[in-house]
Design a binder for this molecule. Structure first.
Ligand code: SRM
Ligand code: SF4
Length: 569
């Protein structure tokens, strides 16, 4: 066990940036008004993240700009927080409008139920942020070393308890939102509050958290939010038809670095049970444990998963209870059956209609005859319910007035999104991170390439009669894990241009990670490995058995039991 005293003493430079930032102000305002450059000062790029903004440059244009001795083409990505993924039609229309007016025209639905826009030039940042605010949304804490967007199963048809769970998720999100006035001052022209008393961040303090912090809430049997991949998770426990509380999980996370064995993805452990009324207090206590005991010297070891792994769950529970006036109860029974979305039309308990639409890799745009962006815009103009983002980058048009169903179906069908527009089980369970051209960390393509690879795999699956088989496939352009690839039955992690590490064998319900089977594989090599496995699966599959489970049963891959020791082997 590593104690806090063993931790190296020299703090990471970001800790000083936070401390000296005057609660996340830095010199952001000055940087915005400097018209000589499209970027902001280095330290401010770190602080901007807490405001939901990333400085980026178009990597497709880097070489050309370099040849012309021009500054990189800097622009900004803005991530809009949507607790539980629920937004109104008006908010959707506002995102659509901003995306066309100040951004690159594509709206991105993220793996954590948020909206992202890319390509905002510095001089348009403030106007775009004000547009987001006008739509009653914000971006504070969408990124940065704080708690991020709190995820929750967004599908109102799946449970009458959904609204209760969503309320808890929203309360946690609100409770953990940073209190600094910086956001208001910088983006919304808020008056600077002159006071002799120093501003306080009651939960975070001046240095916020050592690293990003993520919370998700799952409502069994659906594990659509991938609860075990999060720092803190809540698994809803329902007794006699009532939400009585949550099993609380701690220490999940995906990010890893190629070749660095001290980094690894980790599945969360169940720490105990708390009641509905205790859920917010538990979140605050867990965040405080990470604030006080998380590593602040080495950012590659600063996520909560390492604090949990270094000290053990019992130690964490003990510390958490130190901040509470109650004890965690023993965990209760639950079971998950999948982590995917349930597509198509379903009627909710209140008679309202809900439609889950597949949006490939969360990219909302018009692609030839498939006019996703046009369709969603036209639906938003008439829809009186809401738009719900899923953790699988899809969209639920929710709470549809039954009288409007025909009109909505007609709009979708006119724009290429009829019931049959996606034809395979593997595509419906595919997910890719953004990667190129905007992500500065991408080593390989992801969302621009996965659809092509899936087409090839679809044809292999069709040949062995598995066209409709739901197989979870996820790709990322680097090992940071933004599309949670290590949780996928087929995980592909970018290593270099056109080369991916191939992972196999995760559980369909999100309870087991995949194992590395081939490093730096080309497309042909990926197909070479999985093709015979599809054949064997078709021939030997037990009824209801999923691909990942089959690979373990057949001894093709060994299950990853303790990520710290056997993930890289
Ligand atoms: Fe992520 C960094 C995109 C979900 C782990 N992620 C990034 C950045 C901001 C790159 C950067 O730091 O410069 C990417 C911006 C790309 C772009 O151009 O938009 C980026 N991450 C995304 C999104 C948009 C992927 C997507 O296609 O949907 C997801 C936004 C979610 C949201 O709405 O908040 C996204 N990122 C995730 C997830 C999945 C999750 O949380 O469920 C993970 C893995 C879980 C985890 O955190 O452990 C994830 N992103 C990372 C990491 C690795 C963190 C680590 O522990 O090492 C980084 C890099 C970092 O933080 O240093 C990163
Ligand atoms: Fe970028 Fe890597 Fe995240 Fe993909 S996984 S968006 S390449 S940081």
């Amino acid at each position: 066990m590593i104690s806090d005293a063993d931790a190296p003493k020299k703090l990471h430079k970001n800790e000083y940036i936070k401390t000296d930032s005057n609660y996340l102000r830095g010199t952001i305002l000055e940087g915005l008004s400097d018209s000589l450059t499209g970027q902001v000062a280095d330290d401010d790029t770190q602080l901007l993240k807490f405001h939901g903004i990333y400085q980026q440059d178009d990597r497709d244009l880097r070489n050309e700009r370099r040849k012309q001795r021009l500054e990189k083409l800097f622009s900004f990505m803005i991530r809009v927080r949507v607790p539980g993924g629920v937004s109104t039609s008006e908010q959707y229309l506002a995102m659509d409008h901003l995306c066309d007016t100040y951004c690159n025209g594509t709206l991105k639905l993220t793996t954590r139920q948020a909206y992202q826009v890319h390509g905002v030039l510095k001089h348009n940042l403030k106007t775009t942020m004000q547009g987001i605010n006008k739509a009653a949304m914000d971006t504070i804490a969408a990124c940065g070393d704080v708690n991020r967007n709190v995820m929750c199963n967004p599908n109102p048809h799946q449970s009458e308890l959904h609204a209760d769970a969503l309320k808890v998720a929203s309360d946690i999100s609100a409770h953990l939102t940073p209190q600094t006035g910086a956001y208001h001052e910088i983006w919304l022209d808020g008056e600077k509050v002159e006071s002799s008393e120093e501003e306080v961040e009651p939960i975070y303090g001046k240095t916020y958290l050592p690293r990003k912090f993520k919370i998700a809430m799952a409502i069994p049997p659906s594990n659509d939010v991938d609860v075990f991949a999060h720092c803190l998770g809540y698994i809803a426990i329902v007794e006699d038809g009532r939400l009585v509380g949550f099993n609380v999980t701690v220490g999940g996370g995906m990010g890893t670095t190629h070749g660095k064995k001290a980094t690894y993805p980790r599945l969360a452990d169940v720490m105990g049970f708390c009641t509905v009324d205790q859920a917010v207090a538990v979140a605050e206590a867990v965040v405080k444990v990470q604030r006080d005991h998380g590593q602040r010297a080495d950012r590659t070891h600063a996520r909560f998963k390492y604090t949990v792994d270094d000290h053990g769950v019992d130690w964490i529970r003990d510390k958490v209870e130190g901040y509470l006036d109650f004890k965690m109860q023993p965990a209760r029974d639950y079971s998950f059956d999948s982590m995917g979305d349930r597509y198509g039309w379903v009627e909710g308990p209140d008679g309202k209609q809900n439609l889950t639409l597949f949006i490939e890799n969360g990219r909302v745009n018009d692609f030839g005859d498939l006019k996703i962006k046009t369709a969603l815009r036209e639906v938003a103009k008439i829809h009186t319910g809401d738009f719900r983002l899923t953790a699988n980058q899809n969209m639920i048009i929710a709470n549809i007035d039954p009288a409007m169903r025909g009109q909505i179906e007609a709009i979708l069908s006119e724009n290429g999104l009829d019931d049959t527009y996606v034809k395979s089980g593997i595509r419906l369970n595919s997910m890719a991170c953004v990667a190129l051209p905007t992500c500065g960390l991408a080593l390989a393509e992801s969302q621009r390439y996965l659809p092509e690879l899936v087409t090839r795999l679809e044809s292999e699956l069709e040949q062995v009669g598995l066209k409709d088989e739901p197989i979870v496939i996820r790709m990322t352009g680097c090992p940071n894990g933004c599309a949670r690839p290590f949780m996928a039955e087929i995980g592909l992690v970018g290593k270099a241009p056109n080369r991916y590490n191939l992972y196999l064998g995760a559980a369909f319900d999100g309870s087991r990670m995949s194992k590395l089977v081939k490093e730096s594989a080309s497309e042909d090599e990926i197909v070479e490995v999985v093709k015979p496995l599809f054949g064997r699966f078709a021939a030997e599959k037990e009824s209801e058995e999923h691909f990942g489970d089959f690979l373990i049963r057949a001894g093709v891959v060994a299950p990853v039991k303790v990520a710290r020791t056997d993930f890289h082997d």
